[in-house]
Design a protein around this ligand. Structure first.
Ligand code: PXP
Length: 240
């Protein structure tokens, strides 16, 4: 069975909505690890809309499992990764106007640049994963960069509106997984996975790690709400 990398960006999103200090993603990472998370994933975006530089620096000191830094393949991010030394980097496409990462990287179209970024990070001892669609051209282009991993984009599978479409997207992920392994890559997956659609992806042969964020933070907000309200009532009564 694959391991679970918990993406805590959405904790930071709540904090940044008020530009305050809570909830702290560093505390969230500790709790996620106590609950059994196998890794912590954060995406340091160019516009710093959720995770901040301070978070990544502190997480590097506090994470006890492994820290996966998702980032765009820009010079600024390469410099930060070389300083922070995450346990691995996942390169993702990034456009300022998108709400979340849409679509995988087009490695085939920018193979020279990707090859350069992958080898620069690897030369500093940082393994690299490339976030790509389950597409044979992208998978073979990824293998050609010498990256150790691909992370297969599960967004289309997660967004499938009918059972037929879902089964077809799952089949593409299965094929992508097999092609990647045959090309010498290790395979992770993520994006849009929920409590309802994750198990089928977890069962794909060779799948190593699932990076999951939004659904976990969404559930945490709901399952934690009753307790939080009860505790505020206690504060009002001076009992807390
Ligand atoms: N993997 C990658 C590369 C991502 O960009 C994201 C979203 O930040 C995730 C996994 C997690 O996606 P979600 O929050 O939908 O679980």
């Amino acid at each position: 069975m694959p391991t679970l990398g918990v993406n805590i960006d959405h904790i930071a999103t709540i904090r940044q909505a008020r530009r305050t200090v809570e909830p702290d993603p560093v505390a969230a990472a500790v709790l996620a690890e106590l609950a059994g998370a196998d890794g912590i994933t954060v995406h340091l975006r160019e516009d710093r809309r959720h995770i901040q530089d301070r978070d990544v620096k502190l997480l590097r000191q506090t994470v006890r499992t492994h820290l996966n830094l998702e980032m765009a393949a820009t010079d600024e991010m390469i410099k930060i990764a070389l300083e922070i030394q995450p346990d691995y980097v996942t390169l993702v496409p990034e456009r300022r106007e998108e709400v979340t990462t849409e679509g995988g990287l087009n490695i085939a179209e920018q193979s020279d640049r990707m090859g350069y970024v992958v080898t620069t990070l690897q030369a500093a001892g940082i393994p690299v994963s490339l976030f790509v669609d389950a597409d044979s051209q992208q998978i073979h282009a990824s293998a050609a960069t010498s990256a150790q991993f691909v992370e297969l984009h599960t967004g289309r599978y997660a967004d499938a509106k009918t059972e037929t479409a879902r089964v077809s997207e799952l089949q593409m992920l299965k094929q992508g997984c097999q092609q990647a392994i045959a090309a010498g890559l290790r395979v992770n997956a993520g994006h849009g996975l929920t409590y309802w659609n994750t198990h089928a992806v977890a069962c794909l042969d060779g799948m190593e790690e699932l990076n999951i964020g939004h659904t976990i933070v969404s559930r945490a907000a709901l399952v934690g709400l009753e307790r939080a309200v009860r505790e505020m009532k206690q504060v009002i009564r001076g009992e807390f």
